[in-house]
Design a binder for this molecule. Structure first.
Ligand SMILES: [Zn+2]
Length: 281
């Protein structure tokens, strides 16, 4: 299923209630994204290649949803009200919540690029912001909700992995700047967005491959797992952050020699999760 904002890759046949989404790997930069820093700097906000790393999902009966727009343009992993009013030339008519992310300049629409340079040499209009929400953000969320609801209606339960990548060293906006990251960080918002056994299944599978796995430290999961994870309704959402150094050069975004190994190991993870889901149904 194709839309300018997203692509959905479904399995043949009925498939499994196992859904992956990649909100930050989009590289279609819209013509009206007149960012001030060079594109190479703006692109450091991406989770480059993440959707492709999980591209094998349909072969395991799973669904993959890929955001096509860049995260720095509008960030699907923020609440729609995390609006930085300092970005706007006129007053935003809707609700605004001043979160820590908006104060850091990385709210719904980023005010600064990675490294702290201002993203724009001008103010944005409320009309531009409304268009970004309506044309990109909302359709992406509708795609996630639609796929989750479709599988939940059919199977009575759904398991969702929200896929990201993280810098190998925490950057200035991280909770622990300068600290080296594990290979994977799983986030279930301290056990509130999925059953603990789902987090444990992912952690155990990755650990058995030799990876260093952290849970909720320092990334607990953000808006997408918060919004869709309701374990009491058998809707399980877990965020997975993979260390970028495992698969690419972090400054050029070019895949490195580790890419193929990681891709293969993510296929093994998907196979294990398919078995996990089958055992639960
Ligand atoms: Zn991300």
């Amino acid at each position: 299923m194709n839309h300018p904002a997203f692509t959905v890759y479904r399995a043949e046949g009925i498939g499994r209630p196992l859904i992956f989404d990649s909100p930050h790997s989009g590289v279609r930069y819209p013509d009206d994204f007149d960012h001030a820093p060079p594109r190479a700097v703006v692109r450091l906000a991406e989770d480059t290649h993440v959707a492709r790393l999980y591209g094998g999902a349909p072969a395991f009966g799973a669904t993959l949803i890929e955001a096509m727009f860049p995260r720095a343009y509008i960030d699907a992993n923020r609440n729609v009200d995390e609006i930085d009013i300092g970005l706007l030339e006129d007053a935003w008519p809707g609700p605004v919540s001043a979160s820590r992310k908006t104060q850091q300049g990385i709210g719904l629409v980023w005010r600064v690029a990675r490294g702290g340079a201002p993203m724009y040499a001008r103010k944005l209009t409320t009309n531009e912001l409304r268009q970004r929400i309506e044309q990109w953000y909302l359709p992406y969320h509708a795609a996630i909700a639609g796929e989750l609801n479709r599988m939940h209606a059919r199977f009575g339960a759904v398991w969702h992995i929200n896929c990201h990548s993280m810098p190998s060293i925490g950057d200035a906006n991280a909770d622990n700047p300068g600290r080296a990251r594990a290979d994977f960080v799983l986030g279930d918002r301290d056990g509130t967005t999925c059953a603990p056994e789902f987090t444990r299944a992912v952690a155990d599978t990755l650990s058995a491959m030799g990876y260093r796995v952290a849970v909720n430290d320092p990334y607990k999961g953000v808006e997408i797992v918060r919004r869709y994870g309701r374990p009491r309704e058998a809707r399980h959402s877990l965020q997975i952050e993979v260390n970028r150094a495992l698969y690419m050069d972090e400054s050029t975004l070019v895949q490195n020699a580790g890419y193929a190994v990681l891709e293969q190991n993510l296929r093994r993870l998907m196979a294990a999760l398919a078995a996990f889901v089958d055992a639960k149904l």
